[in-house]
Unconditional design. Structure first.
Lengths: 352, 399
């Protein structure tokens, strides 16, 4: 589309500028905040430890966004739908996790072996519950509309996101709720040259890396993973090759929901407060991450998640957390302007 | 060539929308207008019903504006609340005590009478404020439209949503941004009081006698309806529909893409601004908490319930949802959970109910209550997956 609207006789210099902007503009935009605050730190404090601390916190926060963003990207890759309800699935992940470890009686006083076993069990249960929930949402709200105009499933997705939000509201009320700080999340674990790594950071990274590795291996190696990639490329051709497209799409939603559930658990343990509205902002942030990396691209989603995590931490720490959503959304708009296909993505029809 | 194709297009009756003869439609329209105009005469001027009705009419104006963007031009806008906010803040800026230091505390007054004429702050006549609101929101609509020009489909939805959220955040946190002896917004505290509407030849507007408010809102609805109908049948309206149906085909037929899309955003936004300015004055407050994402969805639900692109459908959808939200849920149904032995406040769940409504509508009747005919054909073809249909040139969209 962009090519059609460009006059053919555009001067070569202008075209070169355009090409340069679309290739490096996004990277430039991303570097603005860290570079600006890095220079600021160097001039006022003389070292970069504050920025480094921000970025470490950003990595752990970002790994949560990465897990949620993978769900967006997988679903978008396979059915070309922005699953608006995904943020709410993440929110319910936190709720299920908090409810479950409350039920099995985990407290901060539980010893380390018990805690590890209990949390692994919680992780498993949360992932299964949310995966199944996501599959059910697909069955009810998206599958009947598979051949309808694209607006239709998007609207049911928005509808479902409100329904799930209200489920959360009924479950735990309208205010932020503190939950048991099981892992002593803010306690410093390691201090590397002024950069502190807390228990929460460690947990986020320790859960995310194996999950992402397992998932990418699954998608690149297993039979179902191959079916998913084939369906993403061309559903009709995949069906002709004997792939059960419906099952494959369900599997995609299952994986997306499981990762969102895991992210919900990490979030609950890391932040130690949960509330029904957390999914809305988280969903948008994670979606921004998915778009930034190039939607449909799993590595892109992880990269985007980590970058957004960094931006968010810097903004929380320097500008004020009440402005963070606005800043993240401004980045979203800038990505759309400079490079709708994202950092690692291919040109898509939608983002022409 | 088959016999069916040679004769007049013979459609199954179920596939036609509700098509009344022209005379009946005109008669119905006049009846609806007369009923709408006379309604307040039979109501208590200070009662709750006329209050709900006035708000419902303001929502109709907003829904008609969103219908231009989403229904006609097919650009899914999830940030419509931004225009409501900008319209309302225009009212707050130019018709309240907000800029209390303006003109060294003596205030700026332009064509205002009554109590506002002696107060500090900026006070402009309501009609001037409406014009300003239209200018501001049209400009905002075009700015929001610009980055979406290269995008299609759900990407547009996300960018508009992001803009809506940014405007909402600025509204909430704007009290931190100070300059020229004033704040950007009053944040969650809100700008209050806001000037009452002040029009020549009409009695002064107050909060006890709501009929004049109702009639002003009704006039706004009539204007919005007129503009909607005229635009839909104009060259521009046909260009919007052509873009909605197939962007590539429309552009290659010579529809100017940039101009047409930006005009859709600008026009649609202007109605949001008008309704926002009216509601700012009517509700007597411009409060950041009004401008949440949920409100965008609320307006979107109205036009989906009524039927995307269908003007009368949108009016009906807006009135129904507005009454569900302001009357049915808080007043009529609110004690149902208690009777069932459940402990929760139904008003908290109103957006869950709207979400449920959206899902149900999309799955069962995606064309809305009063469908636009063209869209109905499209949707049914899509769902029944009829690739070939002799009677219609419109093909199911290639996904």
């Amino acid at each position: 589309m962009a090519a059609a609207s460009l006059p053919a006789s555009q001067p070569a210099a202008l075209r070169a500028v355009r090409r340069f902007l679309s290739q490096y503009g996004l990277i430039g935009v991303l570097l603005i905040m860290p570079v600006a605050f890095g220079i600021h730190d160097l001039r006022t404090e003389g070292d970069l430890s504050r920025l480094a601390n921000n970025l470490v916190d950003g990595l752990s926060n970002g790994s949560i966004w990465a897990l949620v963003a993978i769900g967006y990207t997988l679903v978008y890759g396979i059915v070309e739908l922005i699953n608006f309800a995904h943020g709410e699935v993440f929110m319910l992940g936190s709720f299920v996790a908090a409810g479950f470890f409350g039920t099995i009686g985990l407290t901060a006083a539980t010893g380390v072996p018990g805690l590890v076993v209990g949390l692994l069990l919680t992780l498993l249960v949360t992932m299964i519950v949310l995966g199944v929930l996501n599959v059910m949402i697909e069955r009810v709200a998206y599958r009947p509309l598979r051949n309808a105009p694209k607006l239709a499933p998007l609207i049911t997705a928005v509808g479902f996101s409100f329904i799930l939000q209200n489920v959360g509201l009924l479950w735990r009320g309208g205010s932020q709720q503190g939950i048991e700080d099981l892992i002593d999340s803010q306690k410093e674990l390691i201090n590397l040259a002024g950069v502190s790594i807390t228990n929460g950071d460690m947990l986020a990274i320790a859960v995310t890396i194996p999950l992402v590795l397992a998932m990418t291996t699954f998608i690149s190696r297993s039979r179902l993973g191959k079916a998913m990639r084939a369906t993403a490329q061309d559903p009709d051709a995949a069906r002709l090759m004997g792939i059960n497209v419906d099952t494959t799409i369900s599997a995609t939603f299952l994986i997306g929901g499981m990762l969102a559930g895991a992210a919900g658990l990490i979030y609950a343990l890391y932040q130690t407060t949960i509330w029904y509205f957390q999914g809305f902002t988280a969903g948008l942030i994670a979606f921004t991450a998915a778009v930034m990396g190039g939607i449909g691209n799993i590595r892109g989603a992880v990269l985007g998640g980590l970058i957004i995590g960094g931006i968010q931490q810097i903004s929380d720490n320097r500008i004020g957390s009440q402005w963070t959503p606005a800043i993240v959304f401004a980045y979203l708009v800038l990505i759309m302007v400079f490079k709708p296909s994202g950092l690692l993505g291919e040109q898509t029809r939608e983002a022409g | 060539m088959s016999a069916a194709a040679a004769t007049a297009p013979a459609e199954p009756a179920s596939r036609r929308g509700l098509q009344l003869p022209r005379g009946a439609r005109i008669a119905l329209t006049i009846a609806a207008i007369v009923f709408g105009a006379m309604l307040p005469l039979f109501l208590d001027g200070g009662g709750g019903f006329i209050d709900d009705a006035t708000i419902a009419l303001a929502y109709v104006v907003m829904a008609l504006g969103l219908n231009i963007i989403v229904g006609f031009a097919g650009l899914l806008d999830l940030g419509y609340v931004a225009f409501f906010a900008i319209g309302a803040y225009t009212m707050g800026y130019f018709g309240s005590l907000f800029h209390i230091t303006a003109n060294n505390g003596e205030g700026v007054h332009l064509l205002v009478s009554g109590p506002a004429a002696n107060l500090p702050g900026i006070h402009l006549n309501f009609l001037l404020i409406i014009v300003l609101a239209i200018v501001a929101t049209t400009a905002a609509g075009m700015v929001i439209g610009l980055p979406t020009l290269r995008l299609r489909g759900d990407y547009i939805a996300i960018v508009t949503l992001a803009f809506g959220e940014i405007v909402g955040r600025i509204a909430i946190n704007g009290d931190e941004i100070k300059g020229f002896g004033t704040q950007l917004t009053a944040g969650r505290q809100g700008i209050t009081p806001v000037d009452k509407i002040d029009l020549p030849f009409l009695t002064t507007f107050n909060s006890l006698e709501l009929r004049p408010w109702y009639w002003v809102a009704f006039m706004l609805v009539l204007i919005a309806l007129f503009v909607n109908f005229r635009l839909r049948d104009s060259r521009l309206g046909r260009a919007w529909i052509a873009l909605r149906e197939d962007e590539v085909a429309a552009v290659s037929m010579g529809v100017p893409l940039v101009k047409t899309k930006l005009l859709a955003y600008g026009t649609g936004a202007a109605f949001g601004g008008v309704a926002g300015a009216f509601l700012g004055s009517y509700l007597n407050t411009v409060n950041a908490d009004q401008f949440q994402f949920a409100f965008s969805i609320f307006v979107l639900s109205m036009i989906i319930l009524g039927g995307l692109g269908s003007i009368w459908g949108v009016v009906v959808g807006a009135i129904i949802l507005s009454f569900i939200n302001n009357r049915l849920i808080p007043d009529v149904l609110n004690d149902v959970p208690a009777k069932l032995g459940l402990e929760f406040d139904l008003t908290e769940l109103s957006f869950g109910i709207f979400g449920f409504l959206l899902v149900i509508m999309m799955v069962l009747r995606p064309e809305g209550l009063i469908p636009e005919r063209r869209r109905q054909i499209e949707l049914q073809e899509g769902i029944e997956d009829l690739a070939v249909d002799e009677d219609h040139v419109i093909e199911a969209k290639v996904p």
